[in-house]
Design a binder for this molecule. Sequence first.
Ligand code: ATP
Ligand code: MG
Length: 229
Amino acid sequence: MHSCDTKEMIYLFVNEKGGVGKSTLATALAVYLHDSGRRVAVLDTDKQLHTARAVTQAEPNITVVSEFDARKIPAVVKELANEFEDVVADAPAKLEDEARALMVMADIAVFPTEPTIKCLRSTKTSINVLEYARKLTGGKPHSAWLVLNKAKKRTRIYQEVEQLAPKLGLSVAKTAVRDLQAFPEADQQGTVVTRMIASTSSIEKATQDIQNLFAELIEREYPQVVHYG
Ligand SMILES: Nc1ncnc2c1ncn2[C@@H]1O[C@H](COP(=O)(O)OP(=O)(O)OP(=O)(O)O)[C@@H](O)[C@H]1O
Ligand SMILES: [Mg+2]
């Protein structure tokens, strides 16, 4: 694995399934990177602006930009990547031109997925956009992660996901983010779980999951083996 200290990183949270945690995880990552001393910008291309609002509330010092015009997205991403060390982008649930425009620019694509068959199926559709981008760019985004979010008890679905993911050109994050009240709670309080006082086991677990997940995602920026055809 080579060091990527000098190159800016563009992260994209994408899944055409709604409510799987794109905004929650994008917000958590932006604040996490900021708190690790990185210069971070957030690009929200979802008209709901959940991520933009959540990041601004949690950390007003993070630059937040919104752009809904797919034709303008590449230029905006380039500009942000020139100015900042990390760009965290959130795609709308509807997988249209915005998601494609973002995917061809991204270094690391994150597909949050709930561990259900139904959710996994709709994630497969989102993966077409990944394949499209990799063909067009000759391999970008280099890293594509399937992240199980709102995870409950470990069931058979996990094995299925772990077997399926490599065939889809995805790595499965070892850390599954558990279904925890601390996440909506943090959002309501205008913050993120890693910044809450660990006064409940839910906050403690949520913080643990987020820290483990991001350690994994950021460390393994370029997986050795990428399967896609
Ligand atoms: N691990 C989790 N445990 C419990 N609740 C969660 C978890 N992750 C996200 N949530 C909650 O689920 C809801 C949907 O999450 P979020 O808005 O991040 O999804 P999304 O994929 O961005 O949705 P959309 O497609 O509408 O943009 C929010 O209320 C959020 O607080
Ligand atoms: Mg969202």
